[in-house]
Design a protein around this ligand. Sequence first.
Ligand SMILES: C[S@@+](CC[C@H](N)C(=O)[O-])C[C@H]1O[C@@H](n2cnc3c(N)ncnc32)[C@H](O)[C@@H]1O
Length: 362
Amino acid sequence: MTTTEVATVNETNHVAEKAPKRTREEIQERIARLQLLEHRLALADKSLRENGFSPALADFMLEGETLLWPRPTEEQVAIHEELRTNLASLSNDATITPCWSEFSAKLQKLAATEPIEDFLQWTDYLSIREHDGAYRLWHAIRKHPEWKRWEKLARRVPWGNAHPLCLVRNGDPGVVATSNVHHEMRFEGAIGERFWENLDVVFEFGGGFGNACRMFREDGFRGSHVVLDQPVVREFQRAFLRLCGISVTTNVKLIDGCSLLTERDIPALIDLLRGKRVGFLATWSLSEAPLELRAKLFPALHPCCCKYLIAAQWPSHQREPHISNERYFTQFMQESGGAEFKIENEFHDVNWRKYLFGVRRP
Ligand SMILES: C[S@@+](CC[C@H](N)C(=O)[O-])C[C@H]1O[C@@H](n2cnc3c(N)ncnc32)[C@H](O)[C@@H]1O
C-alpha cells in the first residue's frame, strides 16, 4: 500500500489545514463508493417514477447512503469480532423476566450468523424499527425551539447500523436516538434544566445499546455514566460505546466515560455512589425488571439521587401484567425522601406510557 498523502481540498478550493489527510487508496475507495451510491440512487429514482414510493425503496436508499459511512479501522474490526466472541461464550445469569431471557438468548444466537458490523439491525429488542410513535416523537422535537440541538443529537452514528426513521431525509435520525432526545427534551420542559447538568454521575438502569450515554456526552456531559444491565446486553453497549470512541470499564469505578456493570456489582455500586450527585435514568427498563432486582437498588439509592428521568409502562407492562408499575413507582416516589415528581404521558392521548420526572431541590 502506498503511503502517498493527498491534501483534502475544501469547497472554496483552499487547502483545508485541519482536514484529515487521506491516502490515495482511501480517496480511490471513496470515489468507488460514491459511484456505487450514484448508481443506486439512479435505480431508486427510476423505481420511484415507475412504481411510486414504497418502504422497500426507502430502505434501499438508506442502505445505499451507508456506503458513505467510514470503513471500520483495524481496531474497530477487532471490537466487532470481540462482540461476537464474547456473546458466544456468555451465560446470562441475571435476574430477568422470561421475556428478556428469551430476547437475550436470541441475540446470542443471531450473533453467530448475522453480519456483526450490523449488530443493531438484527432485531427490535435493542434498536427498535420505525413505528408511528417514533414519527410523533420526531414531530414533537421538530416543533421545539431548540430543534437544531435535538436534530444533531438524534443523528445516527455509523456504528451498528441502528434503525433509521426512513421517511425523514434530512439529519438521518435513528429511532432510538429520537426517543432518547425526546426524553431529554421533556425532562427539561418539566424540570427546567438539563438532566446531566450539576451531576457527578448519571446512573442508568437498562441502557439498551448505550445511546443515552453517547447523547449526553455529545451534548456536553463529562462526568461518569454508569449503566447497569444484563451481561448479554452489556456486550452491545461495550462495542457501541468503544466504536464511538468513549472509554468504558467493567470495574466498579467512576471514569470519564462509561462503567458497564451487572447485578452482582450492585452492593459495591451503592457504596461508590454514596455522597455523589447522581441522576437516575431508566427509560422502559426498570419497569421491565423483576421486583426483586428493583429492591436491590431502591430505596437504598434514593439519598444520592438528585434527579430522576424514568419512562414506564403503566399501570403494568403488557407482558408482565402481574407486576404493577403503578404501585411500585407510587411507593418509589414516596420513599424518595422529598424529591418532587411530575408524572406526564409520553403522548397526551396515550395513557399507558408515562414519564416520571423528579428533582431534589436543595
Ligand atoms: C426496552 S430496552 C430500553 C433501553 C433504553 N433505556 C431505551 O430507552 O432505549 C430495556 C433495557 O432494560 C434492560 N433490562 C431489562 N430487564 C433487565 C434486568 N432484569 N436487569 C438488567 N437490565 C434489564 C435491557 O437489557 C435493556 O437494556
